[in-house]
Design a protein around this ligand. Structure first.
Ligand code: MOS
Length: 749
């Protein structure tokens, strides 16, 4: 055991090393663009240099003259591609699916794709494509003239959304003993997974194979079929490994069908690897948000009124909405709640999920406001949270389990919080001002419908097939652990196959649902195998299934198979969470996932945590350093303490990044991203992250799903930014309410 592989506590699985670790470190793991195809061609995208207007004409003559160029695809010769509605592709929004023009909806929109015999020729020709535009003045963001507003509850069609409302929050605010009225802002951020956005398309007669990093195999398969107007069974999507996604590879992308279309026309495989800067505009991003929070409290700390209004940027055509009021409005036992979200449409590409999408900006605002309220009340911020801790939200809904204050207690103890003196600027080490801050982490526990196939062989080996996704989280490993546990065989005897649309469907790998969903369905399949092995008798205790062979006590496994007259048992299972309909699995096969949990079910299902941060700010230069962070998290059953540790630690570092580093800068004159590369888009490096301590708090919750798992991929970076901001206040007395916190914001001190 080590820091990276913590000793499991109650309800935690062993820190098994990643079963795909060797493949990854030896370069054997195949990512989308690694698949060899014979006689390939290479594509290069041409993207719009204006954000709003229309293509007047295109001059392709110089580009076509480049030796090796095979064809150039534009809106003039791709009319057969169908436009899909917002939300098509299964997992939510699509990016500018109106696609290639002539209408220009955002800077960096794909306007053409050159295909050539070599990457170099395609690139050279792409630079020679001349596009004439009729440009209009774009609206870039919140304060730009020309943006339009829309109430998020009515956005996206369908049933109006219901954000939490309880009691008369306005009246309670007016009559409150202590009032807080504050505004916060978060910037545009881009995921920047190290693996770029790639697509390789290959046709065999009328059957298409797509190699593309994806968080949703069945969304990709079905979405592409719709775009091309072909039957979904003609499409095979392959993505066994994803080199980082964080939400950016869950939606159907505008490039995919274009690449497939080109491959069909040229009758050769086409490979596209979009560039880093193109990735800023051809995919989604985290929308910038603005918040106003008004809170009323009694002098004893009881919060009587919580009003959270959010504003979020989206594109002109698409009503993507973050809407984290769903969760901020329920985190504490507010006496009354009023929430509202407004979508602000600008001339931008459509935003989308980015790690912990609904809660990250909204909980940053809430947890900053809680700290501000604690200061007003002259109260310790942990005690303020304790006073308002509750198993019931203001609408009367019960939490299935909640260990928030346990997380605070364990993290505070480890951090040494009791030594903190509350007065800002009171803790100083020479020329360094020390600040200690904390904040809550919370993330909805999602679970989705899924299907899987498990085969158990007489020699005690098992094989699993499920179209799930390895986005770096450890899915291969934890599915193998689940099967090993239920069939009582070693993890090394389980072979897990994923990332292929020929396997049974799993939901989009988003909203941290994958472990819960996949393990629930795999468990079901294993238990059916167990029952069959037991000759139709009730299933044996799972820990005895495969053990009989090894232990010699009882019947040998091979003999039990022989008695059944088979060499293997294969079980296909479908798992339906509460609220699923009879056609839920059919819809999943057709590319529409069903997810429930969070605030949607009978009870509130959430994972919780508490994060503590020390900042050191140089009194003269205002340089901000974070020497240590401590996070304690409770998330039901932990499948593997090693992969969990990695998820939590990585997420906390990302939280630090959003607090101090990250922002996509926008040139407001042109509605264009400025720092669209990894040199200028700031992220923390090792020197920025000296010490991160992760504490896993034991929690058991058998309500959330059959395996008792609460997803953890997104929990850890919720709350970090507020903890840093609160620590910066404690160090300096300056409350920075717009992220990121950079030293220029502290220079006035
Ligand atoms: Mo995650 S941003 O919900 O893919």
């Amino acid at each position: 055991m080590s820091r990276a592989a913590p000793e499991p506590k109650a309800n935690m699985g062993k820190p098994e090393p990643r079963v795909d670790g060797r493949l990854k470190v030896t370069g054997e793991a195949r990512y989308g663009s690694d698949f060899p195809v014979s006689n390939p061609t290479f594509a290069y995208l041409v993207t719009s240099s204006i954000a709003k207007g229309e293509i007047r004409g295109m001059d392709l003559s110089d580009a076509k003259a480049v030796p090796g160029v095979l064809d150039i695809f534009t809106h003039e010769n791709t009319g057969k591609l169908k436009n899909l509605k917002f939300g098509a592709g299964g997992s939510g929004p699509t990016t500018s699916i109106q696609d290639f023009g002539p209408k220009i909806q955002h800077d960096g929109q794909i306007v053409a794709m050159v295909v050539a015999d070599s990457f170099e020729a395609a690139r050279e020709a792409a630079y020679k494509v001349k596009v004439a535009y009729t440009a209009e003045k774009p609206s870039a963001t919140f304060d730009s003239p020309g943006v339009t507003e829309q109430d998020a509850v009515k956005a996206g069609g369908g049933e109006p959304k219901k954000f939490p409302q309880a009691g008369d929050a306005e009246a309670a605010y007016s009559s409150a003993e202590v009032k807080l009225d504050v505004e916060y802002g978060t910037p545009t951020q881009h995921h920047n997974p190290i693996e770029l956005f790639t697509t390789t398309a290959l046709w065999r007669d009328d059957e298409l194979t797509i190699y593309e990093p994806s968080q949703f195999m069945y969304g990709l398969k079905n979405g592409i079929a719709q775009k091309l107007g072909i039957a979904p069974e003609k499409v095979h999507a392959v993505s066994p490994f994803v080199g980082g996604a964080f939400g950016s590879k869950g939606q159907l992308s505008p490039r995919t069908a274009l690449v497939a279309f080109a491959a069909k026309k040229l009758n050769r495989p086409v490979k596209l690897v979009a560039t880093r800067d193109q990735g800023f505009t051809i995919q989604t991003y985290r929308a910038e948000t603005h918040h106003r929070i008004r809170m009323g409290a009694q002098k004893d700390g009881k919060i009587t009124s919580f009003n959270h209004e959010g504003w979020e940027i989206s594109s002109r055509p698409d009503p993507y909405s973050v809407a984290g009021v769903e969760d901020s409005g329920r985190l504490y036992s507010f006496g009354s709640v009023k929430t509202q979200v407004t979508i602000v449409h600008a001339d931008r590409n459509t935003p989308g999920f980015m790690r912990s999408p609904p809660v990250v900006p909204y909980i940053y605002a809430l947890e900053s406001a809680i700290d501000e309220l604690a200061v007003k009340l002259n109260m310790d911020p942990i005690e303020l949270r304790r006073i308002n801790d509750s198993m019931t939200d203001a609408t009367g809904k019960q939490w299935s389990s909640r260990s928030l204050m346990k997380c605070y207690d364990e993290a505070a103890e480890s951090f040494g919080w009791s030594k903190r003196t509350p007065q800002p600027g009171s803790m100083r080490d020479g020329e360094w001002l020390i600040g200690w801050g904390c904040a809550s982490a919370v993330y909805p526990t999602h679970v989705g419908a899924a299907a899987a196939r498990v085969r158990f062989f007489a020699e005690g080996k098992a094989q699993v097939q499920i179209a799930a996704h390895e986005i770096g989280t450890g899915t291969y490993t934890i599915i193998a652990q689940m099967v090993a546990e239920r069939l009582a065989i070693p993890v090394s005897s389980v072979n897990v196959e994923m990332g292929d649309s020929n396997f049974p469907p799993s939901p989009v790998a988003g909203g941290s649902n994958q472990t819960a969903s996949c393990c629930s369905v795999v468990l079901k399949a294993c238990d059916s195998i167990n029952a069959k092995l037991n000759g139709g008798q009730p299933a044996a205790a799972p820990e005895t299934v495969g053990r009989t062979a090894a232990d010699g006590d009882g019947e040998k496994l091979a003999d039990r198979f022989a008695k059944l007259g088979v060499g293997a048992i294969e079980e296909y299972a479908e798992f339906l969470p509460p609220g699923a309909k009879p056609d839920t699995i059919k819809k999943l096969y057709a590319g529409t996932p069903f997810l429930t949990g969070g605030s949607k079910g009978e009870k509130l299902m959430y994972a919780t945590g508490a994060e503590f941060v020390e900042v050191r700010i140089n009194a003269f230069t205002k340089e901000i350093r974070v020497p240590r962070m401590v996070g304690a998290f409770a998330a039901g059953r932990i499948m593997n303490t090693r992969t969990a540790h990695s998820q939590y630690m990585g997420a906390m570092i990302w939280g630090l990044s959003s607090a101090l580093h990250e922002a996509t800068e926008i040139d407001k004159r042109h509605a264009r991203y400025v720092n669209d590369n990894l040199a200028d888009y700031l992220i923390p490096v090792n020197a920025d992250v000296p010490r991160v301590d992760v504490i896993m708090v034991s929690e058991e919750d058998n309500f959330v799903n059959p395996v008792g798992v609460k997803g953890i991929g997104e929990l850890g970076n919720v709350g970090t930014a507020a903890a840093v901001a609160n620590a910066v206040y404690h160090a300096t007395g300056v409350r920075v309410r717009q992220l990121p916190i950079r030293l220029e914001k502290l220079l006035s001190v």
